[in-house]
Design a protein around this ligand. Structure first.
Ligand code: SF4
Ligand code: SF4
Length: 289
């Protein structure tokens, strides 16, 4: 049976998304591929403590100008939407850090004076982590223009046979969409505040737009604040788990340890939730066939 691809996402940062993703991986009780796709700030390694054994560069193609062929017509600068090229008299200024590698300039250059050359924008690191977890993370270099190529490169490393858990970037913009593509289930982490509800709503709408079934974990849950439960009821989104506001959990977290390692029952709760998600994804797959 194909194992599901689960993306742990949140409408905003600071909800405990990475902690939840790490707890899910540790509790799974089966081989897991863990992909940290939060490439601007990957930090799941704090909880899963992988031993990195491999590093690969991720590159984008940027233009290299052959001045012997260039007629300084300016067409390349005109086409570039990102201002990565400028023609000034008989000079071409290139700003590779702005180039999104759309290819427009080298396709349009009438003199064939532009050759695409690779420029490293990030790296992928990988290696084994605890408890049968194979860990990958993408790291975008500072100043690199775009995150999706690094996210894609991380995702391309995954093999199909194992349970795959992706830690998405925060928010609901392009990098999150890129991470969610090909996902079987979106696990949305939120907290019981007005802001949490608003951002959760954006994340639910995004998952629905992408046709991905989703469920919610309420982190730092307090019984008297049921704002998220009300939202979920009104919008038919299942609440899969509530992690209580708890001093012991906060203390363990601050030490860089996943709470499932020390807090009784949490591991079982995560395992049960995973079983539910596996059942939902099998059902969804069967009904779409
Ligand atoms: S389009 Fe080609 S020929 Fe024209 S300025 Fe750019 S590199 Fe030179
Ligand atoms: S490849 Fe696209 S983004 Fe990069 S310099 Fe050329 S036109 Fe601009």
């Amino acid at each position: 049976m194909k194992k599901p691809v689960i993306t742990v996402a949140s409408g905003k940062g600071g909800t405990g998304k990475t902690t939840v993703a790490s707890c899910l991986a540790i509790s799974a009780g089966q081989p897991v591929q863990f992909l940290d796709c939060d490439v601007e700030e990957p930090n799941a390694s704090i909880f899963l403590k992988p031993e990195f054994t491999s590093t690969k560069p991720v590159s984008l193609e940027v233009p290299d100008i052959d001045y012997n062929k260039c007629s300084f017509c300016g067409k390349c600068a005109d086409i570039c939407m990102y201002n990565a090229l400028a023609v000034a008299g008989d000079q071409i200024l290139t700003f590779p850090e702005l180039c999104h590698s759309c290819g427009g300039c080298w396709v349009l250059c009438p003199e064939k004076a532009i050759t695409p050359v690779p420029r490293e924008i990030g790296i992928i690191e990988s290696g084994p982590a605890q408890k049968n977890i194979e860990f990958w993370q993408g790291k975008l270099h500072v100043g690199a223009p775009t995150t999706p190529p690094v996210i894609n490169a991380v995702k391309n490393e995954a093999v199909k046979e194992h349970l795959t858990i992706l830690d998405a970037p925060p928010g609901t913009s392009c990098p999150v969409v890129e991470t969610l593509e090909g996902t079987d289930f979106a696990l949305l982490v939120t907290e019981p505040t007005l802001m949490g509800r608003n951002d959760l709503d954006l994340a639910v709408q995004l998952a629905r737009k992408l046709n991905i079934p989703c469920g919610v974990i309420i982190n730092r849950s307090e019984e008297q604040y049921d704002i998220i439960e009300k939202y979920c009821k009104e919008n038919s989104v299942p609440v899969l788990m509530k992690i209580p506001q708890d001093r012991e959990i906060a203390r363990v977290y601050a030490r860089g340890t996943a709470p499932v390692e020390t807090v009784p029952h949490l591991k079982e709760d995560f395992k049960n939730m995973l079983e539910y998600i596996e059942r939902v994804t099998v059902f969804e797959r069967n009904s779409s066939n």
